[in-house]
Design a protein around this ligand. Structure first.
Ligand SMILES: Nc1ncnc2c1ncn2[C@@H]1O[C@H](COP(=O)(O)OP(=O)(O)OP(=O)(O)O)[C@@H](O)[C@H]1O
Length: 226
C-alpha cells in the first residue's frame, strides 16, 4: 500500500438485479480519512452499492479494491478477513444482537478475531454518550441509543473505512444532528474514512464531497469550497 492509495475503490462496477441493471460501470475512490456522502432517490441502488463496497456481495463485473487488494482475487475466507479488519458497518436497521448487551454488541468485531482492545470500545461508548447504557439490552434502548451503539461497533476494530447506510434514517431531526456530529467526531479522531449513504440533504454540509447516484452511475460534486 502506498501513502496516496485509496482505502477503498470501485472500478467499473456493474450489478444487475432481477434482469435489470442497477449499477453500470460505476467507479468511486475513497481516500484515507475522507468523508463521502452518497445520495440518490429511493430505488437508485444505494443499498446495492453499500453491499458491493462492503464486500458483502461481489459485483457482476468490475473490481472492488481495499488497500489496493482486489477482493475478487481472494477466497471467501480471505474476503471475510479483509472485511472484518478494514471495514466497519452501520446498518440502516442497526442489526444489534438482541441477547447481547450494548457493550457486548460493540465488542463483537473484536470477538470475531480482531485485536482485543476493550478500552477502545469503552472510550467509544463514552464519546458516543451511551456508556451508561453499556449493560442494557437493545430492546431497552431508544432508536438514537441503538444507532450510537451500532456506530461504536462499526469502529471497534479501528477500520480504515466505515460504511453507513442511512445512519440517521430513523431518527428525529435533533437526534440526527447529534448522531451525525458524534459519528463525524469519532471518525475524524480515528482517521477512518467514512462513506455515508443517505437521502437526507441536511447532512451534505458535513462531508468533503457528495456523490449522487444517477442513471446507475455516480456523479460527484465537492461540497466544501464550492
Ligand atoms: N433481489 C432483487 N430482485 C430484483 N430487483 C431488486 C432486488 N433487490 C433490489 N432490487 C431493485 O434494485 C433497485 C435498487 O435497490 P436498492 O435497495 O439498492 O436501492 P436504494 O437506492 O437503496 O433504495 P432506498 O433508498 O429505497 O433504500 C430497486 O429498484 C430495487 O427494486
Amino acid at each position: 500500500m502506498t501513502a496516496d492509495e485509496p482505502v477503498l475503490a470501485a472500478i467499473d462496477v456493474s450489478v444487475g438485479r432481477g434482469g435489470q441493471p442497477i449499477l453500470e460501470e460505476l467507479s468511486l475512490s475513497i481516500p484515507t480519512g475522507s468523508r463521502t456522502l452518497v445520495r440518490g432517490p429511493s430505488g437508485a441502488g444505494k443499498s446495492t452499492l453499500f453491499s458491493v463496497l462492503g464486500l458483502l456481495e461481489p459485483p457482476d463485473e468490475g473490481r472492488v479494491l481495499v488497500h489496493g487488494t482486489d477482493a475478487s482475487e481472494l477466497s471467501e475466507r480471505g474476503r471475510a478477513r479483509l472485511r472484518r479488519d478494514a471495514i466497519g458497518f452501520v446498518f440502516q436497521d442497526f442489526q444489534l444482537v438482541p441477547d447481547l448487551t450494548a457493550r457486548e454488541n460493540a465488542l463483537l468485531p473484536q470477538d470475531h478475531g480482531g485485536d482485543r482492545d476493550e478500552a477502545w470500545v469503552d472510550e467509544l461508548l463514552e464519546t458516543l454518550a451511551v456508556a451508561d447504557r453499556a449493560d442494557r439490552y437493545p430492546a431497552t434502548l431508544s432508536g438514537g441509543e441503538k444507532q450510537r451503539v451500532a456506530i461504536a461497533r462499526a469502529l471497534a476494530n479501528r477500520p480504515a473505512v466505515v460504511l453507513a447506510d442511512e445512519p440517521t434514517g430513523q431518527l428525529d431531526p435533533e437526534t440526527t444532528d447529534r448522531v451525525a456530529g458524534l459519528l463525524l467526531d469519532v471518525q475524524a479522531s480515528a482517521d477512518t474514512a467514512l462513506v455515508t449513504i443517505s437521502h437526507d440533504p441536511s447532512l451534505e454540509d458535513l462531508f468533503d464531497r457528495t456523490a449522487r447516484l444517477r442513471d446507475r452511475r455516480l456523479v460527484e460534486t465537492p461540497t466544501a469550497d464550492g
